[in-house]
Design a protein around this ligand. Structure first.
Ligand SMILES: [Zn+2]
Length: 259
C-alpha cells in the first residue's frame, strides 16, 4: 500500500469559507508531511446533473441502505440551491460512499493517481450504512478522494452523557457552558486544530492503509465521544511514539532529508 515518495495534497475547501482557518490547516500539513499542499476552491459547482446526483444520495431512512430511486424535481431544485450556498447545509444526511463516487468523477483526470491526495470538504452531513443496520455520521470517509465534514466532527462523536439528559431544559449555548465546552459546536474556535487530526488520518490512510490507532492520546485515535476527540486532538503529545516515528520517516523520504 506504500505510495511513491512523491506526494501532493490538495485541499478542496468547504463551500462555507469561514468554517475553518484554511491557511493554518495547509501550513500544518506542509510542516508535518513535508510535501506540497494546495488549497483549492470547493469541488462542487452549481449545475443540474450534480444537483440530481446529490438528491439521489440523500438518506431518507437512516435504518435502510440507500435505495436506487429517481429524485423528485423539487428535491433537485433544493439541491441546486444548496450547491450555491456558502454555509453549512443542516439536517440532511447523505450517503458518503455515493458522494465520494461523484467527487472522484469531478477530480482532474491526470490527478487520479496515488501521488495525489485529495481532501474534499463538504458542507453537509455524511454517513455510511453499517453492519448494525443503520447509518452512522462520519467526520471523514476515507478513500479516493477522502471526504471531510465539519458537521461530522461536531455531530458524529457523541456528546457527554449529561448533554442528553439536560437537552430539553437548557439552550445549546447554556449546555455548552454548563458542560465546560466538553463538546464542539459549529462556530467552535477549536475546530481547525481538531480537523488537523482528521487530515493526518487521511494521510495515514493514503500512505499506510490504516488511519487509526488504539492509543487514546494519539491523533489517529478513532474517537466515539467528543471528550475523547478533544483529548486526542488538543493535548500533547500529538501522536503515540510509533506514529510520530512513522510520520517523521515518511517526511524524510518526501523531503530527502534524514529525520
Ligand atoms: Zn498512534
Amino acid at each position: 500500500m506504500r505510495s511513491s515518495k512523491a506526494l501532493r495534497i490538495f485541499i478542496y475547501r468547504d463551500p462555507d469559507p469561514n468554517i475553518l482557518k484554511w491557511t493554518e490547516l495547509r501550513e500544518y500539513l506542509k510542516k508535518r508531511v513535508g510535501c506540497t499542499v494546495e488549497i483549492r476552491e470547493p469541488l462542487f459547482k452549481q449545475n443540474e446533473s450534480l444537483a440530481r446526483a446529490f438528491a439521489a444520495a440523500r438518506v431518507h431512512d437512516p435504518l435502510k441502505p440507500l435505495a436506487n430511486r429517481e429524485p423528485l424535481p423539487s428535491e433537485i431544485q433544493i439541491e441546486e440551491k444548496f450547491l450555491g450556498a456558502q454555509k453549512q447545509i443542516p439536517g440532511v444526511l447523505y450517503d458518503g460512499l455515493e458522494i465520494q463516487r461523484l467527487c472522484l468523477g469531478l477530480l482532474p483526470v491526470g490527478e487520479r493517481t496515488r501521488d495525489h491526495l485529495h481532501l474534499v470538504f463538504v458542507n453537509r452531513l455524511i454517513g455510511t450504512y453499517e453492519q448494525d443496520g443503520r447509518y452512522h455520521i462520519h467526520a471523514a470517509v476515507f478513500g479516493f478522494p477522502t471526504l471531510l465534514s465539519v458537521q461530522g466532527v461536531v455531530f458524529g462523536p457523541a456528546r457527554p452523557k449529561e448533554y442528553y439528559t439536560l437537552r430539553g431544559q437548557l439552550s445549546e449555548e447554556e449546555l455548552y457552558e454548563r458542560l465546560e465546552r466538553r463538546f464542539l459546536v459549529l462556530d467552535d474556535p477549536r475546530l481547525t486544530e481538531v480537523v488537523k487530526g482528521y487530515a493526518i488520518q487521511a494521510v495515514f490512510y493514503h500512505v499506510f492503509g490504516n488511519p487509526f490507532c488504539e492509543n487514546s492520546q494519539c491523533r489517529l485515535y478513532n474517537a466515539r465521544w467528543q471528550e475523547e476527540l478533544l483529548k486526542a486532538q488538543l493535548s500533547s503529545p500529538e501522536f503515540c511514539e510509533r506514529h510520530e516515528q512513522m510520520l517523521q520517516e515518511f517526511k524524510s523520504e518526501i523531503t530527502g532529508t534524514p529525520c
